[in-house]
Design a protein around this ligand. Structure first.
Ligand SMILES: [Zn+2]
Length: 658
């Protein structure tokens, strides 16, 4: 168990806007912040962050909670590991033995093992580059020659792999990591695919390579990119870590953890092709730069970037491969709603070589001069020298229309259609038709995919779970609010819990506050929430209160069992329109004035539900009663319950149908 003092300390030093702000660009909105929700495909900022309450809440997908919930959801960690993650981030020491391994889910445990293994490898490689003979004599001079200085090596933690087949394997084992962990981390690979993960069948993934650690957005090492410097070898020049349990290439961008603040500040990002471009531009003071690892730019990567800026400029080599790559990326970026520009470098040059040769100032003026939008780029490529060739023109128009069709914003689409019509001298109506044709095609394509997925799903269900999987569908998580309404017991109890969270330390009357009143009422009538989860929450809160603690919203926000519900209860949608906000203020005001009425009402509903259940049970008993005496007992109970019920319904003041 991690001591509660440690957890409280983290709450005290880790402001939620800072924790969330590491992953999402937040903008002030009154007393709160808002930003694009990272948990669903968010088009406009749906997530609200409240610094004063320490909670976040997405009004679109419903995700919400405190700092730990955010880290758990975002990093896919268990609760103890989320605590450890933030403790590390804010330099709060945690004893390893405080983390109860049994609390960790199997997957989280494997992940944690992989993360520490990768961290170890990073450190080891870095030390090898700086301290070993090879590093000093061969590899570092190579980096220096390519213009990489010590400061940059430190900043990116660039390192050097082993030079023999089992260097890291041996080092890892010596330092207490298992073969399985080293394998799961992608640091070693099998020699013979058909054989198992045993020491004799494993070798290092990176041999004789300069290695660049690949980080996720929060700075955790996920894998490495390795560059070979020897020329007389069949090995590929660049080699990346394989996909692992922690490294999904389609979701990562190289350099983002280092560049994100600069991207946010300048509201602009440069997308380049290689690690060396990122490293080299950084060293020259251009820090808002990332690279996509892999050839295709994915939807996930676009979404990731969008959290920091909407403005992206691709800096690609002007050769055929570079042009084709940039064209391939454009529609993905446009589809994500990003503003895209492309600056192509003279053939044979990349951003790295350009900035090294010509310096930062010339680089910047080149980029701002050369950056084109996709219409200009495609026109230039398709038209070439023959600007008036009708066939070239048609081809250009079609390619542009296809890209315009993927832009979600209709206003932007209209503006681009207009620009294309003017520059290609083609009637706008024809372009609109062409764009619509592509839009229709896209939609049909999407529908086909959805249908195919649905069919696949049906087939999977018909086939049953694959062997070895005990597949039990959990429908509870799909409970809609309507479903909750049907399930009245829980619903009323949830409402009462929300009242407790919102008003616990408010005055109820001269003698007691709301929490004391609620608990007294529940205890007197021997009524306790029937829902196990809520019941436990109430019991713990009561215990906390009777130990002379102050029970207020902070308790519920910090308690992992209630932080989600608390975030929900305490969140007020930040803004829709001015008028809406004013109206809402009024509603909130009235709502606050009525808190005592609300508490009494919800208590009554909870009690009523209990009595109804008791009455039903009593009726069942009556049916099976055999002796005169039993029957009269049941009848007495029935009369009593009916009386209590009437009192409550009178108090509620409405007729409640049974
Ligand atoms: Zn969301």
């Amino acid at each position: 168990m991690i001591p509660p003092q440690v957890i409280d300390k983290i709450f005290d030093v880790a402001p939620i806007e800072e924790v969330v702000g590491e992953y999402v660009t937040l903008k002030r909105a009154g007393a709160n912040y808002k930003g694009l929700c990272p948990f669903h495909d968010d088009k406009s900022p749906s997530m609200s962050v409240s610094p004063s309450k320490g909670i976040f809440k997405c009004f679109s997908c419903g995700q919400g909670g405190n700092i730990f919930q955010f880290i758990m959801e975002h990093e896919g960690l268990s609760y103890p590991l989320a605590i450890k993650h933030l403790a590390d981030r804010y330099n709060i020491p945690i004893e390893e033995e405080d983390i109860d391994v049994d609390e960790l889910q199997e997957e989280a445990r494997i992940k944690e093992g992989v993360y520490v293994c990768l961290e170890f490898a990073k450190k080891h490689f870095y030390e090898r580059l700086n301290d070993s003979q090879d590093g000093k004599v061969v590899y570092k001079p190579y980096l220096t020659e390519r213009g990489i200085n010590q400061q940059t090596i430190d900043k990116f933690q660039i390192g050097l792999s082993g030079t023999e087949k089992s260097h890291l394997l041996n080092e890892g084992l010596k330092n207490g990591y298992t073969v399985q962990q080293l394998f799961d981390a992608g640091l070693v690979k099998k020699i013979n695919e058909d054989q198992g993960i045993i020491e004799s069948n494993l070798r290092d993934t990176f041999i004789e390579r300069i290695v660049f650690p690949i980080y996720n957005v929060s700075g955790k090492v996920l894998g490495f990119g390795g560059r070979i410097i020897k020329k007389d070898t069949k090995a590929p020049k660049y080699l990346n870590s394989p996909e692992t349990i922690v490294y999904e290439k389609r979701k990562q961008l190289y350099g983002l953890s280092i560049s994100k603040n600069q991207i946010r500040k300048s509201d602009q990002v440069f997308l380049v092709e290689g690690y060396m471009d990122v490293v080299s531009l950084n060293q020259s003071g251009v820090e808002n730069v990332v690279a996509a690892s892999g050839t295709a730019f994915t939807e996930e990567q676009a979404r990731l970037l969008k959290r920091f800026t909407h403005n992206i400029t691709m800096l690609f080599d002007g050769d055929v491969a570079g042009v084709n790559a940039s064209l391939k990326h454009i529609s993905t970026l446009l589809e994500a709603g990003l503003n895209v520009r492309v600056a192509l470098f003279p053939e044979g040059e990349d951003p790295d070589s350009f900035i090294q040769k010509r310096g930062t100032a010339e680089f910047q003026s080149y980029v701002s001069e050369k950056a084109q939008n996709f219409i200009e780029l495609i026109s230039e490529i398709k038209l070439g020298e023959n600007k008036h060739d009708p066939i070239n023109k048609a081809e250009a128009a079609r390619a542009i229309a296809e890209n315009i069709a993927s832009i979600p914003d209709p206003l932007k689409r209209a503006a681009f259609i207009n620009e294309t019509a003017t520059s290609l001298e083609i009637p706008e109506r024809i372009l609109i038709d062409e764009v619509n044709k592509f839009k229709l095609d896209n939609r049909k394509q999407k529908e086909r995919e959805t249908r195919r997925e649905a069919r696949q799903e049906e087939r999977n269900i018909a086939d049953g779970p694959p062997p070895g999987f005990d597949y039990v569908p959990d429908f509870t998580e799909f409970k809609s609010p309507e479903a909750l309404n049907v399930d009245k017991v829980n619903y009323q109890e949830l409402e009462l819990l929300r009242n407790l969270i919102l008003y616990a330390d408010r005055e109820f009357d001269e003698e007691q506050n709301v929490a004391q009143f609620i608990f007294k009422e529940l205890e007197e009538d021997e009524i306790w929430p029937m829902d196990d989860e809520y019941s436990l929450i109430f019991k713990e809160a009561l215990e906390y209160l009777t130990e002379d603690n102050v029970l207020n919203e902070l308790y519920f926000i910090r308690n992992p069992k209630t932080s989600k519900i608390a975030a929900d209860a305490l969140s007020v949608k930040y803004s829709l329109s001015k008028g809406w906000e004013e109206n809402f203020e009024k509603i909130v005001k009235t709502d606050e004035d009525n808190y005592k009425r609300q508490v009494v009402e919800n208590l009554n509903y909870v009690k009523l539900k209990h009595i109804d259940i008791l009455m039903t049970e009593n009726q069942e008993g009556l049916k099976t009663a055999e002796t005169e005496e039993d029957i009269s007992i049941y009848q007495n109970v029935h009369t009593n319950l009916q009386e209590i019920r009437k009192k409550i319904t009178d108090q509620i003041g409405t007729v409640i149908l049974r």
